[in-house]
Design a protein around this ligand. Structure first.
Ligand SMILES: Nc1ncnc2c1ncn2[C@@H]1O[C@H](COP(=O)(O)OP(=O)(O)O)[C@@H](O)[C@H]1O
Ligand SMILES: [Mg+2]
Length: 238
């Protein structure tokens, strides 16, 4: 990172940490100094806030660690079966988002890609998590794979709040959270898509999205095939 970028990063991180820390300290102090005067209900409420804000800090630290790991040249590119890799992470979401439907449409003879599987799963996790987080309860998130223009194309489609045209350029920026009625209700720090784009591009892929406000969003990630021979065979089939 260049110096000014690094300074800006530190300034933003400090700002992001101050808000939850201030509220953790404030509510702990209140609990300690006025324990006998606070009702049990309020105690519970305050402790819940402390728990939520701690969780927010943990997320932030995890994300910052991912950002710093992006710089390290530590990826292991291997042959990965993308369909299989997607199937492994879906159960995490059906657990966490019980009121949502997760559908998959996986192309059966998808050729392998050359990826670092942990990083691929982090990409998918960020996209699927956003798809559910920025959609109303009860809606469907569809994850598909197919072959398009000699590449493997993965898409994550939601029926959520969508993204305004004027916000399109901010989506992949560090720490940017867009205004919609779900952003204020959900936890996040605006690092997910920044990390996702960096990871995708480091492994030779591309990422883009289509969205209509109020209708939903689809994120697309594409990767080249593992080897050129497979590429020729598959493009003849499709
Ligand atoms: N599938 C989606 N539908 C609507 N808005 C989205 C979607 N994914 C991301 N966004 C918007 O882009 C912002 C940045 O996403 P991200 O980097 O993952 O940060 P976070 O989820 O921590 O807020 C989100 O705050 C949200 O406003
Ligand atoms: Mg996110």
């Amino acid at each position: 990172m260049k110096n000014s970028v690094q300074e800006e990063f530190i300034a933003t991180v400090s700002h992001e940490m101050r808000t939850p820390l201030t509220s953790i300290r404030g509510f702990s102090q209140t609990l300690l100094s006025s324990w006998d005067k606070i009702s049990d209900d309020d105690k519970k409420k305050f402790i819940k806030i402390i728990e939520d804000q701690s969780q927010r800090l943990i997320h932030l630290v995890e994300n910052i660690l991912s950002v710093s790991k992006l710089k390290a040249e530590n990826q292991v590119l291997k042959e990965v079966d993308i369909n299989n890799s997607i199937k492994k992470i879906i159960p995490l979401f059906t657990q966490q988002y019980k009121n949502y439907n997760f559908k998959t449409e996986l192309y059966l003879s998808l050729p392998p890609a050359r990826l670092d599987e942990d990083k691929f799963q982090q990409i998918m996790t960020n996209l699927i998590d956003n798809a559910a987080k920025y959609s109303p309860s009860g809606s469907t998130v569809k994850i598909s794979t197919k072959i398009q223009q000699n590449k493997i194309l993965i898409s994550v489609q939601d029926e959520g709040v969508g993204i305004k045209k004027e916000d399109f350029e901010k989506v992949f920026k560090k720490f940017s959270r867009l205004e919609n009625h779900l952003t204020s209700k959900t936890q996040g720090n605006g690092l997910g898509l920044y990390i996702t784009k960096e990871l995708t591009e480091k492994m030779g892929g591309t990422i883009y999205f289509e969205s209509e406000e109020g209708k939903g969003t689809t994120f697309f990630v594409s990767f080249p095939f593992y080897n050129a021979e497979v590429a020729v065979k598959c493009s003849q089939q499709s």
